[in-house]
Design a protein around this ligand. Structure first.
Ligand code: ZN
Ligand code: ZN
Length: 145
């Protein structure tokens, strides 16, 4: 096995570098977003932040539309997929805003009934049907263990 410092090796190294640079960017972005402030030193990055926020916002809107068509929505906090009528996230318990406030689109007809599954899980407090892996009731927000 000779030393083959060919293009593929460089290509792989470049690719690895891109991944690492990407990770740095993501980590940095998450930290700044969490801190809620951009330090003076970070000002030259503000353009990137604005661009990411814009793209994320557009992505969220597009996804929300797609999900709504399937009778679903995503928790803004933990990103869990939830039934669209949920008032509380069934995974993290966060209170959800009314999806109709944002999307006034008419849904096309009746929601498609899913093939009947075995006994649905029900909230022990209010009796609302819950996803089988749900922890928090989508109606009253109580924790069901
Ligand atoms: Zn959640
Ligand atoms: Zn309940």
């Amino acid at each position: 096995m000779g030393v083959m410092a060919d293009d593929r090796v460089f290509y792989k190294m470049d690719e690895r570098l891109r991944v690492v640079y990407g990770d740095i960017g993501k980590k940095y972005y998450a930290e700044i977003k969490k801190a809620g402030t951009v330090k003076q030193l970070d000002e030259e990055y503000q353009g990137y932040f604005a661009e990411i926020a814009k793209i994320e916002g557009e992505k969220d809107k597009m996804e929300a539309k797609q999900l709504a068509a399937q009778g679903k929505r995503r928790c803004p906090d933990c990103r869990s997929l939830l039934p669209i009528e949920s008032r509380f996230c069934n995974m993290c318990g966060v209170k959800l805003t009314d999806p109709n406030e944002e999307t006034k689109d008419d849904t096309n007809g009746e929601p498609v009934e899913e093939a009947s599954k075995a006994e649905p899980k029900k909230c022990i407090y209010c009796g609302t049907e819950m996803e089988s892996d749900a922890v928090f009731c989508p109606n009253c927000g109580q924790k069901n263990d």
